[in-house]
Design a protein around this ligand. Structure first.
Ligand SMILES: Nc1ncnc2c1ncn2[C@@H]1O[C@H](COP(=O)(O)OP(=O)(O)O)[C@@H](O)[C@H]1O
Ligand SMILES: [Mg+2]
Length: 314
């Protein structure tokens, strides 16, 4: 199986997901797979009905792989990168995760809209609108309150606002300096302050789960924000919500974050480019191997080639 991973940074750097890229390459080699990494800017997209089995890389026509795995930088929200994924999809290449999924999931409000439609538990969430109706926010969501940028990742765009006064001050500042910023307001799940669960779901199966605990004084449990990690013996309730979340959002390789409530869990968010340095450390699960095995299964299910050949007497 030939797998191409789309990754925008230097693999030998300390960039976000570079560690994971090195793991993908070395595990792929161990499994006897042909795994290559390409940067989005190496592609040129020529759309033609004439050539359906090749794509242009570094100016040269190149045969298509069996599988594409977009693993973009978290800040890459470019049209170009999504268009590359679509080009592969439209030429029949298998893709984990597909372009529609990437687009759906990176919009945190859209993801919550879909989860609420499926009657899955999520904290009440409101799209920011200026001028902000502070009374309505207080009435519906209450304080303290979580403010998130719509496309944030790694915890960097998430804030805890203690009261109406600080909220009003912050909104005045934002309105004056960044009037076009897209943000959501969300009910603060106090019972989960400083801790959450990260569950890796691949093709509908739970692969690994860990509890993350924020560093002292912080409310954000992200590993990238200095949170500590520990293996979590996942119960049926959490596994069920995680699998249903991945299914509702149609994510094949999903990092699902759950928050602890008094009687179970609520969904914090879903991720399509899950990092797994902390997860492997906490659980000893071989994440790239699990993902490659899911790809192999997917290919076998889609077109069992040896079986077909045998049946055809070839
Ligand atoms: N509604 C909430 N209530 C309590 N804690 C939250 C809430 N939303 C986020 N957090 C905390 O902030 C962290 C980052 O939030 P998240 O929505 O996952 O953003 P990011 O995409 O940046 O990781 C979470 O892992 C969790 O610890
Ligand atoms: Mg998160």
């Amino acid at each position: 199986m030939k797998v191409w991973i789309l990754y925008g940074d230097d693999i030998d750097s300390t960039a976000d997901l570079a560690f994971e890229m090195r793991r993908f390459l070395s595990e792929g080699e161990k499994m006897g797979l042909e795994v290559k990494a390409f940067k989005p800017n190496q592609f040129d997209l020529l759309v033609t009905e004439e050539k359906r089995d090749q794509i242009i890389i570094d100016g040269k026509w190149t045969d298509l792989p069996d599988f594409i795995f977009p693993y973009f930088n978290h800040s890459d929200h470019s049209y170009f990168s999504l268009a590359i994924v679509r080009q592969f999809e439209r030429m029949g290449v298998n893709v984990f995760n597909n372009a529609d999924t990437l687009e759906r999931v990176r919009d945190k409000l859209h993801a919550h809209q879909i989860l609420a439609e499926e009657e899955l538990p999520t904290p009440d969430t409101m799209l920011a609108k200026f001028p902000v109706n502070v009374e309505l926010v207080e009435e519906t969501l209450g304080f303290p309150l979580i403010v998130k940028t719509l496309h944030g990742a790694l915890g960097s765009g998430v804030f805890l606002i203690e009261n109406a006064k600080s909220f009003e001050d912050l909104m005045t500042l934002v309105h004056e300096t960044q009037p076009n910023i897209l943000m959501i307001f969300q009910k603060f799940i106090a019972s989960s302050k400083g801790r959450d669960l990260r569950i890796l779901v691949v093709e509908g199966k739970v692969i690994a789960a860990m509890q993350r605990t924020a560093k002292a004084g912080d409310f954000k449990a992200n590993f990238s924000q200095g949170g500590s990690v520990a293996k979590f013996e996942i119960d049926k309730k959490a596994a069920d919500i995680a699998v249903k979340t991945a299914e509702a959002l149609n994510i094949q390789v999903a990092g699902i974050d759950l928050l602890f409530t008094d009687d179970g869990y609520t969904i914090c968010e879903a991720n399509t480019f899950p990092g797994f340095k902390g997860l492997e450390k906490a659980t000893n699960v071989n994440v790239p191997e699990a993902i490659y095995n899911a790809m192999l299964d997917h290919m076998r299910k889609k077109n069992p080639p040896t079986l077909v050949k045998k049946l055809l007497g070839a």
